[in-house]
Design a protein around this ligand. Sequence first.
Ligand code: 5RP
Length: 234
Amino acid sequence: MVDVMAEEGQRREKKNAGHRAADLVEDGAILGLGTGSTVEYFLEKLGTRIHDGLEVAGVPTSYGTQIRARQLGIPLTTLDDHPCLDLAVDGADQVDPVMHLIKGRGGALTREKCVMAAADRVLVVINSAKLSPQLDVEVPVEVIPFSAVTAARALQDLGGDPTLRCGIRKDGPVVTDNGNLILDCDFGTITDPVTLEASVERIPGVVCAGLFTGFGEKTRVVVGEKSGTRLLPL
Ligand code: 5RP
């Protein structure tokens, strides 16, 4: 049964995190614009600040974010025009104490990883339940359709249990903005995320693993709470 109170609390935390991140954006910044419901709150507040005179431009990580940013009057650019970004703001599905992330429930993981790699600094916006002592939620893996079956077997060989992501309002598999498929892979508790990310991304046909272990040093996390936010590391 859906816990309405819990969902409302989670929404409030996401809103607090997204809005705080928008408050931290500096005038003139070239931004990476992540994807997801927490980023949606960030975009909303960023749009208000732009309306009030803030000058920024952003590289969207998905068609969803691109459409929403346009609606909100957020100027857009591309990685071709701005290969170095000042700040990427994005959500996550889980965050461990050293800022390793699991990302990709929204299916935008590949562009999100490209944008994070291009950014000097990263702000991850989450609700408090996503902080975890270890990573143990499913890892999305984007694969080219040609290799989906062989990649699934290789993920099993790495100890994973992959499931082809299928649509909710569409029959059949979800197709990403890049024309690929997603295997959601359960690895149980991940003891060595760095090695696992590298091993998954070595599988032929894998485009991107939803494990993001390389950005910890430039990452700060905005944790939304019921009545405010916390910035990590402190
Ligand atoms: C999309 C993502 C999202 O940022 C992540 O799934 C978190 O989403 P939400 O803020 O809706 O919980 O990685 O690919």
